[in-house]
Ligand binder design. Structure first.
Ligand SMILES: Cc1ncc(COP(=O)(O)O)c(C=O)c1O
Length: 700
C-alpha cells in the first residue's frame, strides 16, 4: 500500500474538500505531450493522477478514451515507455501520487510481478486494472503490497454485496466507484443515485475513501458527486479538451481545466517530495470470493470472466438464465420444436468423389450449410433468443463478421418478434454487403462500427459496451464460443447438436462404429466445439480444427490464433490471442470474414493444451482450393470459412487408409462468398491452377 495515497485523502479530508483525480492516456496526443500535461495538472492542484496505459481493445471505455488509446499506440507508446514517462515525471518534479490504469493483457504479457516491481521503481503509487476478476485481483493486490503499491478496485452500481465485501476488503487506499452502468465518457449531467451507491459501498468499505468517476465533466458535477464521495475522477472531458488544443498548449489546457474544477482561488500545494514508501502498518488480508457456478467457468487454465465490473451483472443474469433453461425440460422441448424450422437433423452423407480424389480415408460431410439461413449459426441464435425471452428481454443485439450470425440472429428475432440491432465492423459491412441487406430485409438495424480495425473484434467490443448500458431490456447474442463465462459453455451446449447428430448418423450407417476423425474450421469456435464436444471422451476419435492461415503463417496477415498465438486475455476471457510483444492485440486477416478474429474459444485453447485436439492452418489460397474441390467434385458450394475445413480434411484423409473415416463439418454455404471469390480469383487463382474470371456479360 502506498502511504502517499492514504496521506492525500487524509489531507483533503482535513481541508474539507474532495480529492481531484484526473485521468490522462499516456502518449496522447503525442508522447512528448504527457509530461507537460502532468505538470499542468499538478501546478493547478490535482491531487492524484491516473495515467492510462493504452490497450488496443479497451471494452470498458467510451469513444473518447478508446480513440486516445489508438492515437497513443499509433504514436508508438508501449508499456515500457509508460513506465519511462512515470520515471521522467518524478525526476522533473511531479510529486503527486500516480496510479497506473490499464487492462490485464499488456500486464500479463510484460509479466505480472515484473510489471509491478518496475512500476514501483519508476515511481508509480498504485494500480487500477479494469478487467481483473476479484479472485485474480486478490493475488495481484498481494504482489502490489509486496512492492509498496496500492491496488485500487473498481465497483459499479450492479456490484453484488458478496463482491463488494471482497473488493472492499482488498482496497488499501481508496475504492473507485463507477457511477453508472456503461462506459467512460463525459456527460451533461451526473448519474442519479450516487449517494445511495456510495452509502452501500461504505457498508463494506469501512473508512476506506471512495472516489467516484464516469460522466463527471465540470465543477458543478465535481461538487455534486463530491457531496457523497471523498474523491472525484475526471477523464474523458480533459482528454477531449487536450485533443482539441494546439501542440505546445496542451500542458496549459490541463492546467486551466484543473483550475476550472478546483476553483480559481484554489492554491495548489503538491507534496514537496515524491514518495512511494509503503505504509508499514498495513496488513495483507486474505479475501475469498465464493460465487457458485453450476458450470465451471474455467477450462483448465483458460476461460473465466475478465470483464469490467459493470459487465459482471449482465453475465450473472445470463448465467442464471442459462442454468435454469438447461435444467428445464420445457426449454428443451421448445428448442427441439424449432428443429423443423432450422431443418434439423441436418443431412449427413459420404462425399464419394472427394474421397476418391483424396485417395485415403473415406470423407463424410455434415451439412450445416443446409440449415435455414445457410449456416450453423442459427442453432445458437435461436437458443439464445429463447433464453432472452425467458429473461423478459425485448431487445436483442449481436455482433457479426461474415454476416451469417447477424442474419441468423435477425431471423430468430423476426420469428419471435424482438427488436434486433447488429454491430458490424465498417470493413465487413463493405465486404458482406449482401448479408447486410438480408439483415435489413429481416427488420434488423445494422450499425457499422468505425472504431479500430473496423472488423469483427471491434463489433464485439462495441456490442459489449452497448450491452452494459442497456442491460435492463437487452440480451447480447454472442455468435461464437468466445467471450466471458457463460458464453463459451452456452454456445457449445446448443451447437453440440452438430456433433450429437453426426455421431448417431455415422453409427447408423457404419454398424455402430465411430469415425476416426472429425474436422471443423475454427473462427471463434462455435461450429468446432459443437462438432467436437460430443466426441471429447471418445479419445480414439481425432479432432482437427482448421484455422485461417491468410497470406501464410510466416507473414503477419493471418488469423491462426491457436497455431500462432499465445495465451492472454481478450474480450473477457483467458485464451490464445494473436498479440504483439507489448500485449496489444494484432490486426488479423483472412479471406473469410467469419474467421477474421484474433481470439478463440477457451475450450479449444484447453484442448490444444492437453493435446486432445490438433490445430492446423489453411492459407487463403488453400481455402480457395477447398472451395473449388467441394464445388466441382460434390456440387456443394461451401462458405469460405468451411472451405478451410475442406482443405484441412482432404489433407488429413490423404494420410489415412481407405478403411478409415473422417467427417468434415460444412458449417455454411457459399452463396454469400461468390462475389468475394470472383474478386480474389485473379489474385490467388494462379497459385491453385484455377483460371476463372467473372465476366459482366459472358455472351461477349
Ligand atoms: C459459415 C461459417 N463457418 C464458420 C464460422 C466461424 O465461426 P465459428 O468458429 O464460431 O464456428 C463462421 C462465422 O461467421 C461462418 O459464418
Amino acid at each position: 500500500m502506498s502511504a502517499s495515497l492514504k496521506e492525500t485523502f487524509e489531507r483533503c479530508k482535513k481541508e474539507g474538500r474532495n480529492a481531484l483525480v484526473n485521468f490522462i492516456t499516456a502518449g496522447y496526443p503525442t508522447i512528448e505531450d504527457t509530461l507537460p500535461i502532468l505538470k499542468g495538472m499538478q501546478n493547478a492542484g490535482v491531487d492524484i493522477i491516473e495515467l492510462g496505459v493504452p490497450f488496443s481493445d479497451p471494452i470498458a471505455d467510451g469513444p473518447t478514451i478508446q480513440a486516445a488509446n489508438n492515437v497513443a499506440l499509433d504514436n508508438g507508446i508501449t508499456v515500457s515507455k509508460c513506465l519511462e514517462l512515470v520515471k521522467n515525471a518524478r525526476s522533473e518534479g511531479i510529486t503527486v501520487p500516480i496510479i497506473l490504469m490499464g487492462y490485464y493483457n499488456p500486464i500479463l504479457k510484460y509479466g505480472e510481478e515484473k510489471m509491478i516491481k518496475d512500476s514501483a521503481e519508476s515511481g508509480a503509487n498504485g494500480y487500477i486494472v479494469v478487467d481483473l476478476p476479484p479472485e485474480e485481483a486478490v493475488k495481484f493486490r498481494s504482489t502490489c503490497t509486496k512492492y509498496g503499491l496500492s491496488y485500487v478496485p473498481l465497483v459499479a452500481p450492479a456490484t453484488t454485496d458478496e463482491r463488494l465485501k471482497v473488493l472492499g476488503g482488498i482496497a488499501d487506499s481508496f475504492i473507485y466507484v463507477v457511477s453508472r452502468m456503461g462506459t467512460t465518457g463525459a456527460s451533461t449531467e451526473v448519474s442519479k443515485g450516487i449517494s445511495e451507491l456510495c452509502a452501500r459501498v461504505r457498508k463494506f468499505a469501512g473508512d476506506t475513501p471512495l472516489a467516484v468517476g464516469f460522466g463527471v465533466s465540470n465543477r458543478e458535477h465535481f461538487l455534486t458527486v463530491g457531496a457523497s464521495a471523498d474523491g472525484v475522477v475526471i477523464g474523458s472531458k480533459i482528454i477531449t479538451l487536450i485533443g482539441q488544443s494546439k501542440p505546445g498548449e496542451r500542458g496549459d489546457t490541463a492546467f486551466k481545466f484543473v483550475k476550472s474544477i478546483l476553483g480559481e482561488d484554489y492554491e495548489a500545494h503538491a507534496p514537496k517530495t515524491f514518495t512511494n514508501a509503503p505504509l508499514s502498518e498495513f496488513k495483507d488480508t486474505k479475501q475469498v470470493l465464493e460465487e457458485l457456478h453450476k458450470y465451471n467457468p474455467k477450462f483448465g487454465d483458460f476461460g473465466g470472466q475478465y470483464v469490467p465490473e459493470a459487465l459482471h451483472a449482465c453475465l450473472a443474469e445470463l448465467e442464471k438464465g442459462f442454468e435454469d433453461a438447461v435444467a428445464d425440460p420445457e426449454f428443451w422441448n421448445e428448442f427441439r420444436s424449432l428443429y423443423s424450422y432450422i431443418g434439423r437433423p441436418s443431412s449427413f452423407h459420404r462425399a464419394e468423389r472427394l474421397s476418391e480424389y483424396a485417395g485415403g480415408a473415406q470423407i463424410w460431410l455434415k451439412r450445416e450449410d443446409l440449415n435455414h439461413t445457410g449456416s450453423h449459426k442459427i442453432n445458437n441464435a435461436l437458443s439464445q433468443v429463447l433464453i432472452a425471452r425467458r429473461l423478459g428481454k425485448t431487445e436483442i443485439i449481436a455482433e457479426t463478421g461474415a454476416g451469417q450470425h447477424g442474419v441468423a440472429t435477425a431471423t430468430a428475432c423476426a420469428k419471435f418478434g424482438l427488436n434486433c440491432t447488429v454491430f458490424m465492423g465498417a470493413e465487413d459491412v463493405r465486404r458482406q454487403a449482401l448479408n447486410v441487406f438480408r439483415m435489413r430485409i429481416l427488420g434488423a438495424k445494422v450499425v457499422a462500427v468505425t472504431n479500430g480495425t473496423q472488423t469483427l473484434r471491434d463489433a464485439t467490443s462495441e456490442a459489449f459496451r452497448f450491452w452494459v448500458s442497456h442491460l435492463e431490456n437487452t440480451h447480447y447474442v454472442v455468435g461464437s464460443a468466445i467471450g466471458p463465462h457463460p458464453y463459451p459453455t452456452l454456445v457449445r451446449t446448443f451447437q453440440s447438436v452438430i456433433g450429437q447428430e453426426t455421431k448417431e448418423q455415422f453409427k447408423e450407417l457404419n454398424d455402430g462404429k465411430l469415425p476416426n476423425a472429425v474436422v471443423a474450421c475454427v473462427g471463434g469456435g462455435s461450429n468446432s466445439t459443437g462438432m467436437f464436444s460430443p466426441f471429447e471422451k471418445d479419445t480414439e476419435v481425432r479432432m482437427l480444427g482448421v484455422e485461417a492461415g491468410g497470406d501464410g503463417l510466416d507473414t503477419e496477415r493471418h488469423s491462426a490464433t491457436l497455431t500462432a498465438g499465445i495465451p492472454g486475455v481478450f474480450h473477457g476471457v483467458r485464451t490464445y490471442v494473436l498479440q504483439d510483444d507489448d500485449g496489444q492485440v494484432h490486426d488479423t486477416h483472412s479471406v473469410s470474414a467469419g474467421l477474421d478474429y484474433p481470439g478463440v474459444g477457451p475450450e479449444l485453447a484447453f484442448w490444444k493444451s492437453t493435446g486432445r485436439a490438433e490445430f492446423v492452418a489453411a492459407t487463403d489460397a488453400q481455402a480457395l482450393e477447398g472451395f473449388k474441390l467441394l464445388s466441382q467434385l460434390e456440387g456443394i458450394i461451401p462458405a469460405l470459412e468451411s472451405s478451410h475445413a475442406i482443405y484441412g480434411g482432404v489433407q488429413l484423409a490423404k494420410t489415412m487408409s481407405k478403411d478409415q473415416h473422417i467427417v468434415i463439418n460444412v458449417s455454411g454455404r457459399g452463396d454469400k462468398d461468390v462475389q468475394s471469390v470472383a474478386e480474389i480469383l485473379p489474385k490467388l487463382g494462379d497459385r491453385i491452377g484455377w483460371d476463372l474470371r467473372f465476366e459482366d456479360d459472358p455472351s461477349k
